[in-house]
Design a protein around this ligand. Structure first.
Ligand code: NAP
Length: 314
């Protein structure tokens, strides 16, 4: 397993990480244990969760239950800001909610510290300086090691970096954003901003919810798989004519070189210098094995250029 720094921070993470938004929802605790055990055995060190995953708390709870003493060996990332109830109080990025949310996450995760604490969504009702100062206090208290953000627009990322500089607080060292070869919208503004300010990319939906694994075919959607069973994900503009055509072209590109579509999905994201870790979700131990093996293909500059052409961005 290779490792990279998270942006320009000193935090080292495995290039294949584990996304855990299936835990506590589609996966029960025994299924989660099987995936986590295999991930740790395979050398995955970055585990990405959020307070809201698993019907508000379930993912963190299952992780806390199955990690045990191995927690200290991994990089544990979680997030706050999404609504944790329907009252309208347990949400956002105010100092008041952050101080409560972090205690809830620490309790569910059965740990004393969070390695990477991420702002999950922008909170337009809270000044970013208030959020940064509260997070900075958590670092001083030893409850959090590094801070990151997610789903901010490029201008908000830049603003957060400048406010952190001005207020002399710690800064966001990572951005978690939707990115894969079928969705390259990030490249217009966000990737250049992240590169300029030393923020590592943690791409979410790196496998387009599974569409880039090769198991989905236009005529045959596999039973029990996310995009077959969960309309919420299938409807996210991935299952489209444009993408079926592109997947067929990408699959042909990969097989001509003795590789699979899954390997291509990892290799392409890892060819980006901004990428720190590909936090793919997995629901079975075999998927962990396949994902770790997939990260072994290093694309040449010519191959990257050809893929730009195929994906219409060249
Ligand atoms: P993803 O990684 O694109 O796809 C995950 C799905 O792909 C799994 O549920 C599994 O589907 C399938 N899969 C994975 N490896 C496979 C393999 N080797 N062979 C066959 N199928 C495989 O999507 P994601 O899990 O939603 O995104 C990754 C992580 O990003 C999440 O877990 C979460 O931590 C994070 N995330 C963050 C945000 C945000 O707003 N910050 C939003 C979404 C996700 P089956 O269920 O069909 O087995």
């Amino acid at each position: 397993m290779q490792h990279r720094n998270l942006g320009t921070s000193g935090l080292r993470v495995s290039v294949v990480g584990l996304g855990t938004n299936n835990f506590g929802g589609r996966l029960d605790v025994n299924q989660t244990r099987a995936v986590v055990d295999r991930a740790i055995d395979a050398g995955i060190t970055l585990f990405d969760t959020a307070d809201m995953y698993g019907n508000r708390g379930g993912s963190e709870e299952q992780l806390g239950e199955v990690l045990g003493a191995r927690r200290k060996d991994i990089v544990l990332a979680t997030k706050f800001a999404a609504p944790m109830d329907d009252s309208g109080r347990k949400v956002g990025a105010s100092r008041r909610w952050i101080m409560e949310a972090v205690e809830d996450s620490l309790r569910r995760l059965k740990t004393d510290w969070i390695d990477l604490y991420q702002l999950h969504f922008p909170d337009p009702l809270t000044p970013i300086e208030e959020t940064l100062r509260a997070l900075d206090d958590l670092i001083s208290q030893g409850k959090v090691r590094y801070i990151g953000c997610s789903n901010l627009s490029a201008w908000r990322v830049v603003e957060s970096q400048w406010v952190a500089r001005d207020a002399e607080t710690h800064r966001f060292v990572s951005c978690q954003e939707e990115y894969n070869i079928l969705n390259r919208a990030l490249e217009a503004d966000m990737l250049p901003a992240m590169a300029e300010y030393g923020c590592g990319l943690l791409p979410y939906f790196p496998l387009a919810s599974g569409l880039l694994t090769g198991k989905y075919k236009r005529e045959a959607m596999p039973a029990g798989a996310r995009l077959t069973d969960t309309p919420k994900f299938a409807n996210r503009e991935y299952v489209t004519e444009r993408n079926w055509a592109m997947i067929e072209a990408l699959e042909a590109f990969a097989s001509k070189r003795g590789h699979t579509l899954l390997e291509l999905a990892f290799a392409w994201i890892l060819a980006r210098p901004e990428t720190s870790s590909v936090i793919a979700g997995a629901t079975k131990p075999e998927q962990i094995d396949a994902n770790v093996a997939a990260a072994g293909w290093e694309l040449s500059a010519d191959e990257v250029a050809e893929l730009d052409r195929i994906s219409g961005e060249g």
